[in-house]
Design a protein around this ligand. Structure first.
Ligand code: PEP
Ligand code: MG
Length: 621
């Protein structure tokens, strides 16, 4: 009998999964085929990559995407260039390891290019590295198909697109050596209800492929070759745990214990998640992450590519809210074709055809839904105006009605200036994942970043100011960051007056239960304890005159805060209480605050990191 091997990791998505080990980066990482590759295999690998790129360029050209085809063609030329292949072959013939030889030759070429004064030529350094990485993938057999039946994906860096692609092909869980709770792979795993570990012991990359394993995310452990008894018990647990809360999903609107209506939507990137969220009781989709299927793209997706991804999702949402976010190629979601350029919203807005193609596809695929368009990572009014003008143009071209336009509030400066953005937008969607990482100076995709950290007063105060600005101007506001599905932060958001939440699809039933156990008045008190009296002014207009008497902590240096609180107390609502985005508060009986897992202030304090790490993503402007 084989002895069990155990590998530890950080639990980033709950659950228990049973299946064969599937090594996504298998042979290269384990030192298999690639380690022994000779000159012929290396030559074949370069030729295969050159052929793949040339074929992709041909397809792009046949779809009228000449510019993208040109970019891909450069890759084909690099892969066939003897200036790169020559030194690799010489080194391998001299006994060098094939992968090391490819990487060293590519680095030498890239360094030469990067030093050139012409910026266009200097950019080719990134292309050389990409080609080298494709050759290494080819040599190391990363394209090994997953086994039939259920399996647990193990990779150095699990890609969110992998999870979506494999979700309905037997994927029972994932283990990533890199990443943390706020990386997009973790977010998608939670959305799909798949157990996942991040920051795992690197030795897991050499685990026995094809062997049976139990991934117990709660215990933070992958066990390979467990005993037959343990395997049977884990299998029984995973079957029992499969969507237990769905049967308990409340029908109709969700209400807090004291009767406040909360609209609960789901975050998705695929049709599978959308079905899961709707069956769990979500009232629609509050965030469709359109970039996830394209994180490996070789060029900007065309209208037809967008339609192919959007139609299966949006056709499930007839007459229901569908908030579709524009491509957010930033942070850990930058595709290869943008790796050497300015990524993010700037890239999309700088490529008029790309924005137009996506807007047209959204309008066409979403015409039967309650459609809204959401702009990610907004930093300036200029960006909002640019998208609004393009949206109007696309609506005219497609003979559809221009939908509402909202912005993600996930950059600290934008949150602080929410009042300036409010007159130009129809809604705010607060992205606590990026917001908290920036404010707390954490690497968003690293092990230190956690949804619960949005409870930090430095983050909460920004959320509060966004809610206040929304209330003052009648703009709708929701929270779609993962903090909305965190038992510690959820009551605080309700306490701050947020009445629309969008959470990972698989978490909808659980979040609905937590909301039902939460007393909004007591939640407001708890938020007030952290932030001071402005929260009371926001959630309890009648208490506004007592601001001074009720102050529990010294005022913070926020010049417009008291003014805004006063205005909030007297501003009449411009939206009906049936509006799903409404943030108004009605009186209700006082019941104990819940969920029971609501954090104490001490716990919130303990969650604040003492020495934040460098925010790598924040360098992306
Ligand atoms: C966020 O930043 O909170 C958010 C919802 O966007 P994403 O996680 O896709 O960056
Ligand atoms: Mg974000």
């Amino acid at each position: 009998m084989t002895a069990a091997s155990r590998y530890r990791g950080q639990p980033v998505s709950d659950g228990i999964g049973v299946g064969e080990v599937y090594l996504g980066d298998a042979r290269g990482a384990a030192g298999g085929a690639a380690a022994g590759a000779g000159a012929d295999e290396v030559r074949m690998a370069f030729a295969a990559v050159a052929h793949d790129r040339a074929e992709l360029a041909r397809q792009l050209r046949s779809r009228g995407r000449d510019r993208d085809a040109g970019i891909v063609d450069i890759g084909a030329l690099i892969a066939a260039d003897s200036a790169l292949t020559g030194p690799v072959l010489d080194a391998v013939r001299g006994g060098a390891d094939a992968i090391v030889a490819v990487q060293q030759a590519a680095e030498a070429q890239a360094a030469l290019l990067a030093a050139l004064p012409d910026p266009d030529l200097a950019q080719r350094a990134g292309d050389v590295r990409q080609i080298a990485s494709a050759v290494v993938d080819y040599l190391s057999g990363t394209s090994v198909p997953p086994p039939p039946g259920s399996f647990i994906l193990v990779r150095r860096e699990v890609d969110p697109a992998d999870l979506i692609r494999l979700a309905e092909a037997g994927l029972a869980g994932a283990v990533s050596v890199g990443g943390g709770a706020s990386s997009h792979a973790a977010i998608i795993a939670r959305g799909l209800g798949l157990p996942m570990l991040a920051g795992a012991d690197p030795r897991v990359l050499a685990a026995a492929a094809g062997h049976p394993a139990i991934l117990d995310a709660g215990a933070g452990e992958l066990t390979v070759d467990p005993s037959a008894t343990k395997l049977a018990a884990a299998r029984a647990r995973s079957v029992a745990a499969a969507n237990p809360a769905h049967s308990a999903a409340p029908a109709g609107p969700v209400r807090t214990a004291d009767g406040e209506q909360v609209t609960l939507l789901c975050n998705v990137a695929s049709a599978a998640e959308t079905r899961l969220g709707l069956s769990g009781g979500a009232a629609g989709v509050g965030l469709l992450r359109t970039e996830i299927p394209f994180t490996g793209a070789a060029g900007w997706p065309a209208e037809a590519d967008h339609l192919a991804q959007l139609t299966p999702v949006l056709s499930l949402l007839a007459a229901q809210p569908a908030v579709v976010r524009l491509l957010d190629f930033s942070g850990d979601k930058i595709p290869p074709f943008l790796s050497c350029r300015v990524p993010g919203l700037a890239a999309l807005l700088g490529e008029p055809g790309a924005l137009r193609d996506q807007l047209r596809a959204i309008l066409l695929a979403g015409r039967d839904t309650q459609l809204a368009v959401l702009v990610p990572m907004v930093r300036s009014l200029h960006e909002v105006r640019h998208v609004r003008a393009e949206l109007a143009q696309a609506a005219a071209e497609t003979r559809t009605r221009a939908p509402e336009l909202g912005i993600m509030v996930e950059v600290a400066a934008t949150a602080a200036a929410a009042g300036m953005f409010a007159p130009e937008v129809d809604f705010f969607s607060i992205g606590t994942n990026d917001l908290a990482s920036e404010v707390l100076q954490l690497d968003r995709a690293g092990p230190g970043s956690q949804p619960a950290l949005a409870a930090d007063p430095r983050v909460l105060t920004l959320i509060e100011s966004v809610v206040l600005a929304a209330r003052q101007t009648g703009v709708k506001v929701s929270v779609c960051g993962d903090a909305a599905a965190d038992p510690a932060v959820l009551p605080l958001l309700i306490g701050l007056g947020v009445r629309t939440l969008s959470v990972g699809a698989a978490r909808v039933p659980r979040v609905a239960q937590w909301i039902a156990q939460t007393n909004s008045g007591q939640a407001a008190d708890r938020a007030a304890q952290i932030l001071g009296t402005r929260v009371k002014a926001l959630c309890r207009p009648a208490c506004a005159p007592q601001l001074k008497a009720e102050r529990t902590t010294p005022p913070r240096p926020a010049p417009r805060s008291l003014e805004m609180a006063r205005a909030a107390a007297v501003t009449s609502r411009t939206r009906s209480s049936n509006d799903p985005w409404s943030s108004s508060r009605s009186a209700g009986p006082t019941t104990p605050i819940a969920p029971a897992t609501t954090p104490s202030l001490a716990r919130i304090g303990a969650a604040i990191p003492a020495s934040p790490t460098v925010a790598s993503w924040s360098s992306i402007a």
